[in-house]
Design a protein around this ligand. Structure first.
Ligand code: ADP
Length: 595
């Protein structure tokens, strides 16, 4: 019931008014009673003590006086004003000095049955009885008077009725004031609650909305007091909170995007080993779905590398690494705890190193190939030169000549290999620039075929060229394209047994491209080797290739050149003996965009 501020305020104010009124009332009633008591005794004092003449008259009998009591009564009646005697609440009595019997006074009925008070007893023994007793229900003064030969007691008694009625009136007044005060306090507390509690209520509503995530709500500031300051501080806080949350949101979005598109796989686990986050790369690398929740556990995915407990406490290094062959892929793993102090969970980063391993493998193979290819002619040169030195002048001249010819051809071969390697390394470093010109594709093919005609004839091959009329001009590096065509045609001549048939076709195709196919009926290439003949140093039959002066680099250089032109070179999948190589080139040259 008293939970609302309004009720509390009202209760406090009512209690305040009641306690204030009680204190004031008690103080007032007490003061009035005290004042009345003081007033009584000072009146008595002024008549009986401070007026010696009156007292003298009181104790001095007149000559042949009949009744002293009547005389005293008369004298007292003359001073009723000074004594405040009204005959109702305050009376005086003239009593017999020894028996205390009533002789005269303002109230005979009362006087006949007077209570023997402390003061009255004192007066009957000859003492002035003027002791005041604030707790008594009356006030009295008893004065012994000896008049002639008789003793009297002048006794004045006030029933305190007028004080009582005054006090009663005061209490009624205070109660009325109290009622009025309570009414005012209710009204005031209502007004106070309006001015104090309404803004607090609005502040509470605003805080609830902010707590529910709505930061746009702005609370109006009406006043400049503490609540006004609090409200505007609250608005500032909500604004600050909104911008902070916005920043955090942006940051999270950025991270989400990064997480979604990063090439490394990431899987996060809770400390119980349940998946709490994963990205598409991780699913692809592990070849399975990674639903959030406990469906797929840490133990089933990475338990073979390290237990969850080990990753949560990874020691000084802060992480654990592992690797695994997953199907065709080579994967490397980094397992680390996040929020290490609270052991919140574990993060696994998966790195696909298949390509890297392959490249590394290829690099090693390439170095081994280069060394081998260079060592063979070098060994030949060395041994022939050694023989020549050892038997200087002893060999027949034609043998000497043939040895020198071998040295010459082997050194030419070495130079050839080095030249090819240089060309390739220029492609690799991107330093090979094309010298683009526009020329007739048909004419370039014809020139190239004519250059090979003699060699073909030497091997008894028929060389057939079939070109369409409308072969367009192409924009390309003529020298390099000729080098590609020469390589393909000379391979056809080389790898076709004597008396073979070599055919060369060309044409145009959709997308602004031209094509050239060189087909032979030679030894062909087994299916297993087809994908690899464009690799560096790859040769199907090493001995045959070397015999015919091949380096195993020709087709890989051709591929680089064609791809630099944004064209393609491939083996045409055709049945039967021999091999068909197809080259495609964009008519407009590299960098041409159809749109
Ligand atoms: P090479 O200098 O050895 O000829 P290439 O790079 O030109 O090197 O060719 C790579 C390999 O491809 C050759 O060693 C050969 O085994 C194979 N090859 C190329 N052209 C043909 C063809 N027309 N017929 C059969 N095999 C071929």
């Amino acid at each position: 019931m008293f939970r609302s501020l309004h009720m509390k305020l009202m209760l406090i104010m009512t209690l305040l008014i009641i306690s204030l009124m009680t204190v004031v009332g008690a103080f007032l009633v007490n003061s009035v009673a005290g004042f009345y008591l003081d007033q009584f005794y000072s009146q008595m004092q002024s008549v009986f003590q401070n007026d010696p003449e009156f007292y003298h008259d009181l104790v001095t009998p007149e000559t042949e006086e009949e009744s002293g009591a009547a005389q005293i009564d008369q004298m007292l009646r003359a001073r009723t004003g000074d004594l405040g005697v009204d005959g109702l609440t305050r009376n005086f009595y003239v009593l017999d000095g020894t028996t205390g019997a009533y002789l005269a006074g303002t109230n005979e009925t009362e006087g006949a049955s007077l209570e023997l008070t402390h003061n009255l007893s004192a007066a009957l023994t000859g003492q002035v009885g003027d002791a005041s007793d604030p707790t008594a229900a009356y006030m009295d003064v008893a004065i012994p008077v000896t008049r002639g030969d008789r003793d009297y007691v002048v006794y004045i008694k006030d029933s305190k009725q007028s004080v009582q009625s005054l006090t009663n009136q005061l209490v009624v007044l205070i109660l009325e004031a109290l009622a009025f005060g309570i009414a005012i306090s209710v009204l005031l507390s209502f007004l106070l609650s309006k001015t104090l509690i309404t803004p607090i209520e609005r502040l509470t509503e605003g805080a609830e909305e902010v707590a529910a995530g709505d930061f746009s709500h702005k609370i109006e500031v009406d006043s400049r007091d503490e609540i006004g300051v609090l409200t505007s501080t609250f608005n500032d806080m909500a604004r600050q909170l909104q911008s902070t949350i916005q920043e955090v949101e942006n940051e999270r979005n950025k991270l989400d995007t990064l997480f979604l598109h990063m090439t490394d796989g990431v899987v996060a686990f809770s400390q119980r080993g349940e998946i709490i986050q994963s990205n598409p790369a991780a699913e692809e690398m592990l070849g399975r779905k990674l639903p959030i929740g406990g469906e797929v556990s840490y133990a089933s995915l990475f338990g073979d590398m390290a237990s969850l407990k080990e990753v949560l406490e990874p020691g000084l290094l802060g992480f654990i690494t592992g690797s695994r062959e997953q199907g065709e892929r080579s994967l490397e793993f980094l397992l680390a705890p996040f929020d290490r102090d609270h052991q919140a969970g574990v993060l696994v980063v998966i790195h696909d190193v298949t390509e890297r391993n392959k490249t590394e493998e290829m690099r090693k193979e390439f170095v081994a190939n280069v060394s081998h290819e260079l060592r063979t002619p070098l060994t030949n040169i060395h041994s022939y030169a050694e023989t020549l030195v050892d038997s200087a002048g002893a060999l027949p001249p034609d043998m000497e000549r043939s040895f020198l010819n071998v040295i010459l051809s082997e050194s030419e071969r070495m130079a050839h290999i080095v030249q090819d390697l240089l060309t390739l390394s220029r492609f690799d470093s991107g330093k090979s620039e094309l010298n683009l010109t526009t020329f007739s594709f048909a004419e370039a093919i014809e020139t190239m075929v004519n250059a090979n005609r003699l060699e073909a004839e030497r091997h008894g091959h028929t060389l057939a060229l079939e070109l369409p009329e409308d072969l367009p001009q192409v924009r390309a590096d003529r020298e390099r394209i000729t080098q590609v065509m020469m390589n393909v045609v000379s391979n056809a001549i080389k790898y076709t047994p004597d008396g073979g048939r070599i055919r060369i076709f060309a044409g145009t195709m959709d997308g602004g491209r031209v094509w050239l196919e060189v087909s032979d009926n030679g030894i062909g290439i087994p299916k297993a080797d087809r994908d690899r003949i464009f690799e560096r140093f790859y040769r199907v039959d090493k001995a045959r290739s070397r015999e015919s002066g091949g380096t195993g680099l020709g087709l890989s250089i051709a591929k680089e050149i064609v791809e630099q032109h944004q064209g393609s070179i491939s083996i045409v999948d055709k049945p039967g003996p021999g091999l068909t190589i197809r080259v495609e080139l964009p008519v407009e040259g590299p960098g041409y965009d159809e749109e």
